[in-house]
Structures are given as C-alpha cells and as structure tokens.
Ligand binder design. Structure first.
Ligand code: ZN
Length: 260
C-alpha cells in the first residue's frame, strides 16, 4: 500500500506556546506536548517532501524534522503565522536553483507585497531566493505526480485553502466547512482540522465546534491543530475527547493511504 506521511511541524496558534511574557500555567508546562510552534506541516511520499505553510518557526521546524531537502511549499493563506518564514527556504532554493510554491491568487498577491525581494523577477539582490509561482485554482492540481484537491473554507472575512490528498485532508484556521465539501471528505484515514480554545472565536473553530465537525466528517482519525494555550493542558484535554479524535503535538507523524 502506498502511503503519505504527515508530520506536524507546529501545532500552535499565532503566538505559539509558551506565549512570550506569559505565566499562564499551560505556558509554564513541562510537558513537551504543551510546547507548540506556529502551525505548519510536512507531507512526505515516495521521495517527495512538501511543506504546508512556513511560519516564523520554519527553520527550527525543518531542523527538528532533519529535513535535508524540500521540493515545494503549499500555502493555506497569507497570515504571518503561516508565511513569515519564507526567507528560510534559501538553503532548499540553493540546492535546486528553483523553488515552487502553490497558493491561491490572493495569497500570491499578498506575498508579492510582503516578500517583494523574493517574488520579484528583476533587480534581485544576489543571494535572495526565487520562487516558481503556481496559482491554485478551484480544481485539483498535480504535485509531483500526486493529485491534490484544494478545498476552500471561511476564516473570518477571508478564505483559507485546505488540501485533500489520498486518504488525508488538512485544514487549518477554518471557522466552518462548506456543505459542498462534505462529499469530498468521505472515506478519510486522517483529517487534520483546527481547534483553538473552548470559547467561540469569530474566525476559528472552538473545541466543541471542531469535535462536532470531526464527527460529521467521520474520518478514521482526526487530529486537532492551531491550538491556543487557552485550550488547556494537552494531557487533560485529550482525556475529554471522543474516540478517534486527538490533539496533535509538534513532531507527531501520522500516515494515510494513497491511490496506487
Ligand atoms: Zn493561523
């Protein structure tokens, strides 16, 4: 059976855990699962490795993963906690002399503004990385032989892109799941979705909302990511979750099947 592995590089919300300057008990926890870098992931299959988002902790996450090469990056959306590490693709860019990124048009436009020195084609500073831009549209696209289905979902006033590949679906920063995607989320081995905290939030699923959505989608296993310290201690919260639903933690790796 062909497999895809997803490594949770980071599972924290935008400030990470511990939050700078905070003496909240979860920020002081000695449990390594309560230390959460900004949310991103790495998918590996055959001899390919692709990142999903590259936040401000990207370099440390790649070091922790022992990641010697990276073939491309997919972006879910443009917020800083998902893009601020873009400069740190430089070693991977130097290896190949090019580096593909995949993102929705709005996200590409935002990256062009904020990382003009990377995305511009002329007057480049020697040593600045370049990216090969692939705009994600509504339909499935080919990623080194893998069919990737983009699925957009609301995140406050903007939309984020989720991805389905084989038996794996990955979403972060969503507030809800559009009804029309539910058919495309049947038969999942692994669903990754965000669960911020207990209290409602205008742009993120709360824990109870995430549990309800996970149960509606019905993947064999669901993992929650993009977690705030306000959610509580990993160990205590995990005990409250229904069977088959888990809090992810940084460095966790899970596997799903791919079509032959
Ligand atoms: Zn975020």
């Amino acid at each position: 059976m062909r497999q895809i592995t997803l490594r949770f590089l980071g599972t924290g919300t935008s400030q990470g855990i511990p939050v700078l300057g905070s003496d909240h008990p979860v920020c002081m926890s000695l449990d390594p699962r309560d230390k959460r870098q900004r949310t991103s992931a790495l998918i590996r299959w055959d001899d390919c490795a692709v990142g999903i988002d590259c936040g401000p902790d990207f370099r440390n996450q790649m070091l922790a993963a022992g990641q010697k090469k990276l073939d491309a990056l997919l972006f879910t959306h443009e917020h800083a906690d998902h893009t601020a590490g873009l400069d740190d693709i430089r070693p991977y860019y130097f290896q190949k002399g090019y580096f593909p990124i995949y993102a929705a048009t709005r996200v590409i436009d935002s990256l062009k503004e904020r990382f003009a020195y990377i995305l511009q084609e002329e007057n480049k500073y020697p040593g600045a990385p370049s990216v090969q831009i692939n705009e994600i549209e509504a339909s499935s696209f080919d990623l080194f032989g893998l069919a990737v289905t983009p699925l957009n979902a609301p995140h406050g006033p903007i939309e984020v892109t989720g991805f389905r590949v084989g038996g794996l679906a990955y979403f972060t920063d969503v507030k809800s799941m559009p009804e029309q995607h539910l058919d495309q989320l049947k038969g999942l081995d692994i669903l990754v979705i965000n669960a911020l905290r207990h209290e409602p939030h205008h742009a993120h699923l709360s824990l109870s909302e995430a549990v309800a959505l996970a149960q509606e989608i019905g993947a064999k296993k669901t993992y929650f990511t993009h977690i705030s310290h306000h959610l509580g201690f990993h160990e205590a919260v995990q005990k409250t979750l229904p069977a088959g639903i888990f809090l992810a933690y940084d460095g966790l790796e899970v596997e799903a099947t791919l079509p032959i």
